[in-house]
Each structure stands twice: as C-alpha cells, then as structure tokens.
Design a protein around this ligand. Structure first.
Ligand SMILES: Cc1ncc(COP(=O)(O)O)c(C=O)c1O
Length: 394
C-alpha cells in the first residue's frame, strides 16, 4: 500500500524512544508521566458521578467545548496574566491537539517553522505531518537564543515559532521576562505566529512565576495552550487553546473537522471537580511532591555523575537535561549500557530536527517512586562511568 508521505514523516519522529521494552527491574527516567499516586481519584469519581446524573453529559454538544468549563479556565488564566474570557477559549484533546490544529492552520508543505533545539518530541511528530522547513534555535539557560532567532527571521520566511517557555520539555529552562517581551516584538516585526505551549506553567515549585508570552501579545498573534494532563490526569485528554478571533475561527473549524468535539462527559466531570475542590491546594501538593523528587535526583546526580557530565536545575515541571561530553551518542549508550543496567532516559538525538543534540538526554523525576530515584541515578552514573572507561581502553 502506498501511504501518504506524512505517515513516514510521523513514524520517523522517534516517539518509540519514549517506550522501552517492559523490564520489571527497570527504573525509568524516560516517560514524562505524572506521579501515579497524585491523581485525585476519589474527588474525580464524585465529580464524574455528578456529571453522569445529567443526560446531557451523554449527548453531542459543540466543538468549542462546555461553556462553564471554558469560563472556569478563563478565570484561572486571567489570574495567571492572560486577558481572556470563556468566549476565546476552545477545549482540545490535550495540548497535543492544540499543537496539531495550530500547525494545520498555519503550515503548508515547505513553510518555515522555528523550534527550540532541543524541543518536545511530540510537537515535531505533529508538525512533521505538514512537512515544514524547520529552523532550529538553540536553547539557553533563560530560553531560546533570540540573536539566533533574529538571524533566521531576517534571512528566511517563517510562519510560526513553537516555544515551551515554562519548564521546557526537555531542558526544564524558563524563558526570561525580557526574552518573552522581545519574542513578541520579533514576531510582530516579522509577521510570525507564536505557539506558546504551557502544560507545565502551574508546576512552579520555586521562585516567582513569569507572565505567559501571550500576556505580551499586542497583535493577536500568540496562541496559548494549556493542559490538565500534568496537573490533573493525562487520560482525561483535556487541554485548552486561547487565541484571538481570527485565528480561533480557523482553529474551531479544524477542530470540528478533526473530531467534532471533546467529550462532554469528561468536560462536565472536570467542571464539577474544579467547582468543588480546592484546586490551588491540589497544585501545592503536586509542587511539594515534585520539588522533593527533584531535590533527590539533583543531589544524587551531583554525587554520582562522572565529572564530564552536567545537568540543568529546573525550578518546576518534570524534566532536567543531562549533557554528556562532545561526540557521545546517548542513543547507543541507552541501548548498549543503560537498558542492560535496568535504567532508561530519553536520548537527545530525536529531540531536534537536525538530530544534533545526541550527546544529551532528558531525565524525569516526576514518574519514578521517590525511593527509586537515588538507586536509579547510581545505576545511570555507574553505567556512564563504565562506558567511558571502556571507551578509553579501546
Ligand atoms: C511540552 C508539551 N506539550 C504538550 C504535551 C502533550 O500534553 P497533553 O497530554 O496535554 O496532550 C506534552 C506532554 O508531554 C508536553 O511535554
């Protein structure tokens, strides 16, 4: 069968790196999963029961999403710095669908698309379907390198910039305030859309939150994506998209064409949940849990890693970035050394379109049990030291 080109592009994205063969002994620092113990199961069960008592929860609704939920999300996002209302929010199947719909709106084959390097693998999997011409902007400690971005914008035609400004997947970096402002200025100057992906925004456990890039938007060219996946549960497949009317009209039509609407049952259940629980208190619990896990991981990494490795120190989110010596191939190390030692990471190779980030890897401390983190880091560090020693012998 001759499939469309986009299938091969999407299959080649490297999503399989995130799922390693089942190994009961493995300690995985790979998948960006929330801590299983942190799902508010009982409260969600009560909320879903309430929602199910109403037959409307089982009916078709509309592709915008359930208005009371959109209003609740608008209140949350206003408190977070975005001037919006329920009218300007569309419910998506997770942030992933927001990425897909925005790319579908903007990108024809060959159109210029800027991504951070490294970036979120799932975004590239979605983008690849639309066959963009990628331009990579290196990540710095305070967000993407805007000097490099400006050079690209001056010399190439770009339609969209994809960024994860808060606790970036995979580096954990936060874009500085100055860069957020400057990014919008550049987008205005060069007539580019900014896709701001913010699923980790509410998981800051240290320092002061910076306003979303969307809050600096003066020309309606920033699309903001939020998600319940990391702060409530990914299986709800519930995200939201904030955009100005011109963009939103296109997105809403594409959403209807893609899946008609998001589940009314889930949306009503989450609305009940948000109305009856202390959600800020739930967020505080998550922040406390992930802060503790990060501390354990960083302490162990600092103690055990070989000297030629460095790590980032995130103030929130799920991830940190492990940078190895130049020339190292993390994909090969994972296969030959880490998996046999029953530990896994996400090798950097597929986290940039050019595959130039191969001597780094993404590690998560969110999913593993806290008691597994230090033993896992010891395994990782021992395997890396062993591999380096063997390489020297050769
Ligand atoms: C940066 C980023 N965007 C989007 C997603 C997808 O999230 P969702 O479950 O909301 O679709 C993820 C999930 O890992 C992510 O890290």
């Amino acid at each position: 069968m001759k499939f469309a080109k986009r299938v091969a592009e999407t299959q080649n994205a490297g999503l399989n790196d995130l799922y390693t063969a089942p190994d009961p002994q493995q300690i995985s620092f790979a998948g960006g999963y929330p801590d299983l113990a942190m799902f508010p199961q009982a409260a969600l069960q009560v909320a879903m029961d309430h929602a199910m008592a109403n037959p409307a929860a089982f009916q078709y609704a509309d592709s915008w999403g359930y208005r009371p939920l959109r209003d609740q999300l608008a209140t949350m996002m206003q408190a977070d710095g975005i001037k919006t209302s329920g009218e300007h929010i569309l419910i998506t199947q997770g942030a992933q669908q927001g990425i897909d719909l925005t790319a579908r709106l903007m990108i024809d084959s060959g159109d210029g698309l800027v991504v951070e390097a490294p970036t979120y693998l799932g975004a590239m999997a979605a983008f690849n379907q639309y066959e963009p011409t990628y331009y990579e902007v290196p990540m710095e400690d305070d967000g993407m390198d805007l000097v490099a971005l400006k050079k690209i914008l001056m010399t190439h035609s770009v339609k969209m910039i994809y960024t994860v400004p808060d606790f970036q997947n995979p580096t954990g970096a936060v874009m500085s305030l100055e860069k957020r402002r400057a990014l919008v200025r550049l987008a205005n100057q060069f007539d580019v859309l900014i896709l701001e992906d913010g699923p980790y925004r509410f998981l800051r456990y240290e320092g002061t939150s910076l306003p979303p890039v969307k809050s600096f938007d003066t020309q309606g060219r920033v699309v903001f994506l939020g998600s319940m996946s990391k702060i409530l549960s990914p299986s709800l497949r519930l995200g939201w998209l904030i955009a100005d009317p011109e963009i939103m009209a296109g997105i809403e039509a594409l959403k209807g064409a893609a899946d008609v609407e998001s589940s009314a049952l889930i949306q009503r259940g989450v609305t009940e949940y948000l109305a009856h629980v202390d959600f800020p208190a739930h967020l505080t619990q998550l922040q406390d849990t992930y802060r503790d896990k990060r501390d354990v991981m960083l302490e162990a990494l600092h103690r055990f890693l070989p000297a030629d490795y460095t790590v980032t120190e995130p103030n929130g989110g799920f991830f940190l970035w492990l940078q190895g010596p130049a020339g190292l191939d993390m994909t090969q190390l994972q296969r030959d050394v880490l998996l046999p030692a029953h530990v896994s990471v996400v090798p950097g190779r597929n986290l940039a379109p050019s595959h130039t980030t191969q001597n780094g890897a993404r590690l998560t401390y969110a999913a593993p049990a806290i008691s597994d983190i230090e033993p896992g880091v010891r395994r990782l560090a021992a395997a890396l030291s062993h591999a380096a020693a063997r390489a020297q012998v050769k």
